[in-house]
Design a protein around this ligand. Structure first.
Ligand code: PEP
Length: 254
């Protein structure tokens, strides 16, 4: 049985006070059965500077503390970078890797993303690996190939054991922050496609067990429909994760 997951990506928003307050509000309102990170994962990804404060303020056994990024190198002279090991040390259990904003604005190539994924895994955390096409690629009907390449060049290079710890987020770039979500059918089509690629590469059991999240303008109003799809196992939520009330509604949409 694969895990249902709702992960909030706060991006470069909130400050220590509002971030801690948001985290506390979410955790204190999580239904008991959702406070079991093994069964259903509720994850929050505050900015780096708030991770430690959030880890001190809430019970991180109840919520999966997640980082938005990490360095592609393990340690050393990389000014301004934050290593996977440092994130693990303050209680992170997952790291978002390959968000389209990182690919587009910081030139993160598949080669760099592979190094990051490996470091996250080596430090005992789970990568939430993002993939997705831009609008022009969808309009030219290239989206299947684009997603296959992103998987082939990064996470499909992993061993079976490593792949077992991967969470995938399908995030059509044209839907991120635009208010224009993928339809129920579009989401299901791509999620089923990704699952079929996993089955081809790692076998049916692996495909059945991997959680594939949808991301892109998912909110309290559309989450129920999107999550009703058989291959959509939850969501990676940007804007709507910044208000506890909305985020909780999304969590309760299964
Ligand atoms: C995201 O950035 O991962 C995302 C899904 O953003 P939004 O929900 O705001 O579209």
């Amino acid at each position: 049985m694969r895990k249902k997951i709702v992960a909030g990506n706060w991006k470069m928003n909130t400050d220590i006070e509002s971030g801690v307050s948001l985290a506390k509000n979410i955790v204190s309102n999580l239904a008991n059965e959702l406070c079991d990170c093994e069964k259903i994962g509720v994850a929050i990804a505050p900015p780096f500077t708030q991770l430690y404060a959030v880890a001190q303020a809430v019970d991180i056994e109840k919520i999966c503390l997640t980082a938005q990024n990490c360095a592609a190198e393990a340690k050393g002279a990389y000014t301004g970078e934050v290593s996977a090991q440092m994130l693990k040390a303050i209680g992170c259990r997952a790291v978002i890797i390959g968000h389209s904003e990182r690919r587009a604005y910081y030139n993160e190539t598949n080669e760099i993303l592979f190094k990051k994924v490996k470091l996250v895994l080596e430090n005992g955390m789970k990568p939430i690996f993002c993939c997705g096409e831009i609008l022009a690629e969808r309009n030219e009907n290239k989206h299947f190939q684009v997603i296959k390449n992103q998987l082939d060049e990064v996470i499909f290079k992993l061993s079976y054991e490593d792949f077992n710890n991967i969470i995938i987020a399908y995030e059509p770039v044209w839907a991120i922050g635009t208010g224009l979500n993928a339809t129920q059918e579009q989401a299901q089509e791509i999620h089923a496609y990704i699952r079929s690629l996993i089955a081809e590469k790692y076998g049916n059991e692996m495909a059945e067990n991997r959680s594939i999240l949808y991301g892109g303008s998912c909110n309290a109003a559309n989450a129920k429909d999107l999550f009703a799809n058989k291959d959509v196992d939850g969501g990676l939520i940007g804007g709507a994760s910044l208000k506890a009330e909305d985020f909780l509604k999304i969590i309760n949409s299964f």
